[in-house]
Each structure stands twice: as C-alpha cells, then as structure tokens.
Ligand binder design. Structure first.
Ligand code: NAI
Ligand SMILES: O=C(O)/C=C/C=C(\O)C(=O)O
Length: 494
C-alpha cells in the first residue's frame, strides 16, 4: 500500500526509493493525523539513515542511467506526462491532500492539485524553449572566437518541503529539477507525507526511470531531513520552510560547498491608500489574511491603512472575517484547521500576546465552538487587531495563522518606512487607484514580490523568492534554471 488511493483511514504511507515502495529499515513509524478531526488516519514509515543513503545512491546512479542519456525532448515529454497523470488522478491527489492538511476541498481542488500539475507542464515548456548564450570574441591575433554556454544538471537535488501547500510547493522544485535533468530525493513535511508518496505511483505509471524520483519520510534534526541534507552525495539543496530551519540546513550545505535555494518565512505588509477601490482591497486582503487559514508564506500579517478610510476599512474587514466560518463541512464558509495541535498552540499564544501588549481584538481572538466530527480539529477564529504598536510581537514575528494587525498611517514616506522595517522581505501588496504611486511605492518595497491591486496573482514564469530572512535566490521560469543547472562556457578559437 503506497498512499491515499481509496480510503485514507488506516493508510500506510511508505518511502519511495529507486522506483519501489519501502518500509523504514529500522521499523520506525509515526502517526498521520487529520487536522480537521484531530484523529490518526494513517501510519508513516520513517526512513533510517541507511534508507536515506539508499535513496541518494539511487538518485546518483540514475544520473548515468537511461535518464542521464535522454535528450531534452525525451525528458520533457516524460515530465509533461507526469502533469497529465496527476490531472487524470486528481481525485486521488485531492483526497490525499485533504486528509493530510484538513483543508477544505475547494482550496485543494482550485490551488494545490492543479498548480501541482502545472509546475511540471510549465517547467517542461521553459526548458524546451530556453535559449543558450553566445558571444563572438575578437582574439589578440586578429581572429575570432566563439563563446557559447551549455547547461548541465547539478546532479542529486535534495528537496525539503513544508506542509502548507504540500504538492504545490514540492512540485515547484521537483518540476524544474527534473526538467533540467537532475534527480531528486524529496523529504516531505512529517505532517503531510501523502502526495509526495502518491507521486511515486505517477512516476512509475509514466515510465520514469528508477531512482529519478525518491521520497524519504521523517522529521528534521536526527531524522530524514538532517540525514538527507548532510549526505555528501547530495549536490544541491532546495528548501521551503522556517527561517530557523534554513539556518540549520545552510550549515550542512556548507560541508562540501553545496548550492542552496531557500524560500523562508515572511511578515508581509499591505498598504491601502485612501484612493483605493475599497471593494477590491477588502476582497484581496481578506483572501490574503485568511486563505489556507493564514498558512501561506505570501499571506498578509500587517495592514497599513491611510487614516481617512481606516474606520471604514476595519469595519469591512471585520464583516469579511466573520464570513470565514471555521470548519470544512456543511454550510460553513470553510476556514480550515491549522496543521497541528502544536501549531494551534503557537497561534493562540500570539492571540494572547496581542491582548497582553494592548491590542484591541475587533473580531475573533480564540477557539470556535464546533460540534460533530470536527470538534477535535485544530481550528481557531479568524482574528483582527487594531491599536497595535509597530514594536509589538504580533507585528514583528511571523504567526502563520488567520490574523493580522491593522494600523493607520498619514504619509507615503511614513508607510514605506514602516512596511520595510522588518527582518523579512518576501512580498507586499499596494492598493491604490493612482498607478504612478502604485509603481513608485512598489519599487520602494524591500521584497522579492510586490503586487499592486492584487495578491497571489502568480505567473509561474516570474521570479519568486525573498530577501533578508525570507530566503536566498529566486525560483520560477528561467530563474529556476539558474539554480538547477551548471553552466559550462565553451570557447572555440575560429
Ligand atoms: N517562503 C516560502 O515560499 C514559504 C515559506 N514557508 C515557511 O515555512 C514555515 C512553515 O512550514 P514548516 O513545515 O513548519 O517549516 P519547517 O522549517 O519546520 O519544516 C520544513 C521542512 O524542513 C524539515 N526540517 C526541519 N528541520 C530540519 C533540519 N534541521 N534539517 C533538515 N530538514 C529539516 C521538516 O521536516 C520539513 O520537511 C513557515 O515559517 C513559513 O513561513 C512555508 C511555505 C512557503
Ligand atoms: O506559487 C504558488 O502557487 C504558491 C505559492 C505559495 C507559497 O509559496 C506559500 O504559501 O508558501
């Protein structure tokens, strides 16, 4: 039994190594819990250090097997077939993602699963159409030389993933890694192992050579995450997750001087000017604060509103927040659970801290009353604060929950300084009908991605990533190729 093919109940979730499903060689396992009910619904087999070494060895061997000998055209055809097979098995992927994350089906069916397939299709296209670089060079003897580049895969790529959009954020890295000819060993989050495991079935179904795609389950320190990132046969590490974890992985990457690409946390600001279209701003920002129960690295946790519209904006956001009813079934407006009891405790700690620091809770602030099957789920109320000071903990630290502080401002310079005064630099959004100001303020934001009058409008070809504590490097479109390939410049004397 591999993954969530029928009922998620009592599911056994295995590692996928060299084209086969395997139990952990040390017999260790851990429970897989549905966050919407708080009940264990499966057992995950934890990879031992030897299992991780086997996965890396399989990935290394595959580089010189049939996979390594394929032309780009053959490779991208196989990768496009992966996308088609995910789409054909969309219901299985949906069941697996919903079981792991507890998120409402409409979120997973509109975002996680289709974007998971799109990541393979898009990077197959990018690699097929990627131009090379060439220069004609004058030589000292009065002749000419031709310089041109060839791109080669980096080798074995370790892909360490978070739990908030498991399939989407994993394929965002596996898609380009494979399209560029690398092989991968994926370490999904311990909270959400199913879709990575299920993807093994897809790889076998389309005829992907053994060892190209491998999955090892487990935790971080002292477990599969650390075993993988410290394995010397891993050539590059791509990671999405917490900033602190990124620092730990960076230390491992330093051994052997391996390349890294990091997408980390954020404390993303939104700026709403008085001339904004209030309907659009409230719609966009309520999605930005509450989508996926705030467990979105791009989500907004600080909203700055120009003073003349502050009260009106807050009233509209409160009404929007109250439309997001915690729960995932029935007639609720579907604010899913947080990922775990531990994460809920962390978020509720911030809810308490906001009040201790003097914030006014304008809606939410606690745990909702839910009966029935979801009574044991890890739900919290959507929460908005006003009267928060710039230095308050909830305005400085990433919470990763359905909440934000709303603060008035009086001038453009003031709000730019407030928005940029953070260690993070992932994204921002600006809301104004004055497009000159929109361009100007967007360019002044110290972030990797800035939206004007929108949020999470993502073209997969564009650069994605953050600065400061939000990450290192950019992925997306051709930017991914910079990380997943090595360039050799060839200089031919003519
Ligand atoms: N910038 C971005 O694109 C995104 C950032 N995130 C960030 O991720 C966090 C939430 O995700 P989590 O899964 O809790 O993050 P996390 O950092 O705790 O875990 C991410 C992955 O790293 C593994 N890991 C943990 N410690 C490790 C170690 N020492 N060595 C190797 N692997 C290790 C975990 O097992 C998991 O697979 C939030 O802080 C959020 O901001 C999440 C999604 C996207
Ligand atoms: O690009 C996407 O489709 C999704 C990106 C989402 C994140 O990076 C995130 O929340 O973590």
């Amino acid at each position: 039994m591999t993954s969530a093919s029928s009922s998620p109940v009592t599911e056994t979730i295995l590692n996928f190594i060299d084209g086969s499903y395997r139990k952990g060689s040390e017999g260790k396992s851990f429970p897989n819990v549905n966050p919407a009910t708080g009940t264990a619904i499966g057992v995950v087999h934890e990879a031992s250090q030897a299992d991780v070494a086997d996965a890396v060895a399989a990935a290394k061997a595959a580089l010189t097997g049939p996979w390594g000998k394929m032309t780009t055209a053959e490779r991208v055809k196989l990768i496009a077939a992966v996308a088609t097979e995910i789409e054909r098995r969309a219901d299985d992927f949906l069941a697996a993602e919903v079981a792991d994350t507890g998120k409402p089906r409409h979120v997973a069916s509109h975002i996680d699963i289709p974007r998971g397939a799109a990541n393979f299709r898009m990077f197959a296209d990018v690699v097929s159409t990627m131009p090379g670089e060439s220069f004609n060079t004058s030589t000292p003897d009065g002749g000419q030389a031709l310089n041109y580049t060839v791109r080669k895969p980096k080798g074995v790529v370790a892909v360490v993933c978070p739990w908030n959009f498991p399939l989407l954020l994993m394929t965002w890295k596996v898609g380009p890694a494979l399209a560029c000819g690398n092989t991968v060993v994926v370490k999904p989050s311990e909270e959400t192992p199913r879709t990575a495991a299920l993807l093994g079935e897809v790889m076998n179904a389309v005829g992907m050579p053994k060892g190209v795609y491998n999955v090892v389950h487990g935790f971080g320190p002292g477990s599969a995450g650390e075993f993988l990132t410290s394995n010397p046969d891993v050539d590059a590490i791509t990671f999405t997750g917490e900033t602190g974890t990124g620092q730990a992985i960076m230390q491992k990457a330093a051994i052997g001087v391996r390349d890294i690409s990091f997408e980390l946390g954020g404390k993303n600001p939104a700026i709403v000017f008085a001339d904004a279209d209030l309907d659009k701003a409230v719609e966009g920002l309520s999605r930005s604060v509450f989508l996926n129960t705030g467990q979105v690295c791009l989500g907004t946790e600080r909203v700055y509103v120009e003073r003349p519209i502050f009260d009106a904006f807050v009233a509209r956001m409160v009404a929007a927040a109250q439309g997001f009813k915690p729960g995932v079934t029935g007639d609720r407006a579907y604010l899913g659970p947080l990922i775990s009891a531990e994460h809920r405790e962390k978020v509720l700690g911030y809810y308490r801290r906001a009040v201790e620091d003097g914030a006014t809770v304008v809606t939410g602030g606690g745990v909702p009353e839910i009966s029935g099957a979801e009574a044991g789920g890890f739900f919290v109320e959507p929460t908005l604060w006003i009267d928060v000071a710039h230095g308050d903990t909830v305005m400085r630290e990433e919470i990763f929950g359905p909440c934000c502080g709303i603060v008035p401002f009086d001038s453009e310079d003031e709000v730019i300084a407030l928005a940029n005064d953070t260690v993070y630099g992932l994204c921002a959004s600006i809301w104004t009908e004055n497009l000159s100001r929109g361009h100007r303020v967007a360019a002044a934001m110290d972030v990797g991605v800035c939206w004007v009058n929108s949020w999470f409008l993502r073209d997969l070809r564009t650069a994605f990533g953050g600065s400061g504590h939000s990450g290192i490097g950019r992925e997306g479109g051709v930017h991914s190729l910079e990380f997943y390939t090595e360039i050799t410049n060839i200089c031919v004397k003519l």
